[in-house]
Design a protein around this ligand. Sequence first.
Ligand code: PLP
Length: 421
Amino acid sequence: MNLKQRDRKHLWHPLTQHKLHPEHLPIVRAEGVWLFDDEGNKYIDGIASWYTCMYGHSNPKIISAVKQQLGVLDQVVFSGFTHPPAIELSEKLMDILPDNMAKIFFSDNGSTSVDVAIKIALQYYFNKGEKRNKVIALHNAFHGDTFGAMSVSGLSVYNGPFEDFLLRIERIAVPDEQNWESVVKEFKNLLDTGEVAAFIYEPLVQGAASMHMFAPEHLDQLISIAQKAQVLTIADEVMTGFGKTGLNFASEYMEAKPDLICLSKSLTAGVAPMALTCCSQKVYDAFYDDEISKGFFHGHTYSANPLACTAAIAGIDLLCSEEIQNNIQRINKRHLKFERHISNNPKVKSTRVRGVIFALDLNVQMDRYGKLRDQLYAFFMKEGVVLRPLGNTVYTLPPYVITDSELDKIYEVIEKCLDII
Ligand SMILES: *Cc1c(COP(=O)(O)O)cnc(C)c1O
């Protein structure tokens, strides 16, 4: 049996209806922006493997740091013990996170980082003796697949069977020029109930909602309004964190700073699953008490795994390097140039760019997981580029190490796909 056949025997893949999509392409090696399959074909990873491998696959600097750490300390319980990689990572993060961040809590993936943030927000008020049991989230948000994260997510394709089991969520529209006044009014009305513990949002770019982008000015005001009403604000930067929007964190585009920030995905440069929920001193202080039960009793077995922390440290060093910072600017400029070139094409409905994210809406009706989407995906793969259209949106979020000619290849296949629709 070949790899494809063996895969079908026991494996159940994420976000997949196996009856319609039985086959999964075996990838046997990856290097830089390239993925290699078992038949010797290669593909540009145009979405950095879901926004994780931003410094390129198998980056030598990250690999050598992790190999070194592997011979020193592999894993240790993070309750009662601490270790140098976790300490060093916390220090490096504090250098680049918004100034009001003070403490870091570890978990395993983006969804758990959101669950942790929600639990912290709810317990924050519980500890203060205030009853607040609602969370405000944005329409079409995506925050992950565990129950807490799923509750605040607004993409119903994923949530259907579980609607009756979710947390109490209120939803407001993503602000824009047209709806701004009604959004603010609705937001204030919700806050006035005194029942809201937290406001959670993906800052500036809603990734799963087809890379929907919105203005920092509006979000800035919503954060300020929430904070005036004593409601905690949670920035889910699982996708936007570590340079994707042009700055290290999307939260830097706003004056008002969140009380909590969720990080994962490219945190470990694609080497290991790990996530963080960062918070301000004010939040931490509500848990700091003589009473044991006021502590935060949440803990994942692999919290602060030393290998994952080491990968994260090496990743942050790369992010802060002149080379990567220049690359981010270079990719952004080239995206803008391609946008100017392509936006007048009649088959293009709209385009948008933020940092290294380029997205284009095709001028056609398409289902999120429909046939045309599959045709497009197959077309890109045949052309040697991994792009995963979201409905009628084609987007790229390439690794920072992508070269100009590799970027041109991505632009070329995006332009070519207009001929097949
Ligand atoms: C991917 C993502 C998550 C979920 O992260 P997982 O590691 O897949 O659980 C949460 N929030 C945002 C914004 C994401 O992009």
